[in-house]
Design a protein around this ligand. Sequence first.
Ligand code: ADP
Length: 170
Amino acid sequence: ASRSPLLLESKTIAGEKGTASERSFVMIKPDGVSRQLVGKIISRFEERGYKLVAVKSLTPSEALAKEHYSDLSARPFYAGLVKYITSGTPVVAMVWEGKDVIKQGRRIVGATNPQDADPGSVRGQYAVSVGRNLIHASDAFDSATKEIGLWFAPEELSDYEPIAWPWVMA
Ligand code: ADP
């Protein structure tokens, strides 16, 4: 059922932890876009039963990329990481919603280093290098809250009920 957009403001931005309204920030990185894997990656979340709450394609500013990865600013690969994300080939930024989506999203994505990733995961199926690992997904409720707020304005997040929702979420 569609609700008043004003109600969005009363929700926490990453939904409610551990419930069907939990939300995660997922981003297809420039290598995923350049390699034309956008549809395949989106399908994994869609077919599992998660709800697409927001999606946009953009080349992030350096400031946005730096803030997104601020926890890693002391790491030796940080500058290269920011350069990769802001390369000029766009990213696809998304918010997905559903039961346990933060943890399950990490399983869909696979281990940070594709060499360690389960072959059924996105990174394990399509990537070989940690520096070009195709996709990002929030790793915890707090980072999901930060990242959704960083990449999206509240009015960009849709509130609707997919037709299959009662079957998926029962
Ligand atoms: P994840 O993306 O799985 O949450 P991290 O938060 O540890 O992993 O790292 C963020 C991103 O930084 C990784 O997805 C990858 O793009 C990049 N990265 C991590 N470790 C390395 C590394 N050793 N060399 C190059 N890039 C790295």
